[in-house]
Design a protein around this ligand. Structure first.
Ligand SMILES: NC(=O)c1ccc[n+]([C@@H]2O[C@H](COP(=O)([O-])OP(=O)(O)OC[C@H]3O[C@@H](n4cnc5c(N)ncnc54)[C@H](OP(=O)(O)O)[C@@H]3O)[C@@H](O)[C@H]2O)c1
Length: 147
């Protein structure tokens, strides 16, 4: 039984797989979509509190400014980039701004999303599509070597 357990451990963690290297948050630049509200906002503030430089993205400029103000007042470092994640060019612009201002980004958090409340037969296909597309397609960042 002991040998089986050891074999299972070996299967799960082969020698060739290394532990991921996680940069401490206070050395990271973190891009967060959906940073004007909810989970994205809380994540942005928590990361900034721990010393990360944060790039706040969402569509609502004044809501983003208010989050940035809170972060800066608390001693953090943040910029805002108004972004609609439904538009690939805007996602690329968001990445470019992070690199332009902070030199790079280390973590990309996709929390842009929309929720729908309504009876299934009353919600339009268009709204349903938006609810799926926003969190799923909102990360189509152009990485080197990819389309
Ligand atoms: N809260 C929960 O308990 C929970 C649990 C599981 C899953 N989720 C999912 O997690 C996601 C976020 O939830 P939440 O509670 O944080 O929602 P939320 O408070 O409504 O925040 C959504 C954020 O996404 C942004 N956003 C929406 N559409 C966008 C777009 N096209 N481009 C850029 N930003 C966009 C919104 O800002 P703007 O309107 O300014 O763009 C806002 O900052 C949703 O998909 C939700 O279904 C939530």
């Amino acid at each position: 039984m002991k040998a089986l357990h050891a074999a299972a451990l070996h299967l799960r963690r082969p020698e060739s797989v290394h532990e991921p290297f996680l940069l401490p948050l206070d050395q990271q630049v973190v891009v967060i979509t959906g940073a004007s509200s909810g989970i994205g906002l809380v994540t942005a503030k928590a990361a900034a509190r721990r010393g990360a430089r944060v790039v706040l993205a969402a569509r609502n400029a004044s809501a983003l400014d208010s989050v940035r103000e809170d972060i800066v007042t608390a001693g953090g470092n943040a910029i805002t980039v108004v972004t609609d994640v439904g538009d690939k060019a805007q996602i690329d612009h968001l990445a470019a701004r992070a690199v332009e201002v902070f030199g790079r980004f280390d973590t990309w958090v996709n929390k842009a999303g929309v929720s729908i409340f309504g009876m299934i037969d009353e919600v339009s296909i268009e709204d349903m599509r938006r609810a799926f597309d926003t969190p799923l397609l909102g990360h189509r960042l152009r990485l080197p070597g990819r389309g």
